[in-house]
Design a protein around this ligand. Structure first.
Ligand SMILES: C[S@@+](CC[C@H](N)C(=O)[O-])C[C@H]1O[C@@H](n2cnc3c(N)ncnc32)[C@H](O)[C@@H]1O
Length: 182
């Protein structure tokens, strides 16, 4: 998986159907679902090239930089240069088990947009991430719908578009199963 994103990083933003309007809309949806404010300490876990962290930072002007967490150095290299974004090379698992410490004592909000499917044990990792939240903190997992009409996805080997959609977890392997109150 690491090599996949190493190869894709430099053209990642061009390959998706992400218009500036979509990035703005999706960033607003994330900010609204998490009730983000400029005072929040926040992290985008599996941020990729920082498209949405950048969109949120631009709209909110947070008082502390958005932590842009990703295990791929090549993806992080594509982050827009901005004092409002702070890169942190780590996987969700390393943040959750605190192998890689956060620069903030606690977070008020974090989101995983289309990254949770890379996590080996999502329930354990999401529980670990939730423990890093301050009281009143919020965590959002966002995925494309399982029956996405988006037919553009990336072939792992070449970084070009494929006619079949990105494989997503089936309902039987719901990444959220086992996470949250029972
Ligand atoms: C499909 S991209 C999504 C990127 C970004 N969130 C977006 O929506 O544009 C998936 C990202 O998850 C990252 N990733 C892979 N394994 C991960 C892990 N174990 N924890 C966190 N992120 C991971 C990849 O490096 C990649 O940047």
């Amino acid at each position: 998986m690491g090599e996949h994103y190493q190869n894709l990083a430099s053209t990642y933003d061009d390959n998706w159907v992400y218009s500036p309007a979509f990035v703005g809309w999706m960033s607003e949806r994330i900010a609204s679902a998490l009730e983000l404010s400029a005072n929040d300490r926040m992290a985008d876990i599996g941020c990729g090239t920082g498209l949405f962290a950048g969109g949120i930072a631009e709209a909110l002007r947070p008082h502390q930089p958005v932590l842009c967490v990703d295990p791929s150095a090549a993806m992080l290299d594509q982050l827009p240069s901005s004092p409002a974004l702070s890169p942190l090379r780590a996987s969700a698992e390393e943040i959750a088990d605190q192998t890689v410490p956060l620069p903030y004592e606690r977070l008020d909000a974090m989101w995983l947009k289309e990254s949770v499917h890379h996590v080996t044990d999502p329930a354990t990792t999401l529980r670990g991430l939730a423990r890093l939240l301050a009281p009143g903190g919020r965590l959002l997992v966002a995925m494309l719908p399982p029956r996405s009409t988006t037919r553009c996805s990336l072939k792992p080997s070449s970084g070009t578009r494929s006619s079949s959609p990105t494989p997503l977890p089936s309902p039987g392997t719901c990444p959220m199963r086992g996470f949250g109150p029972s």
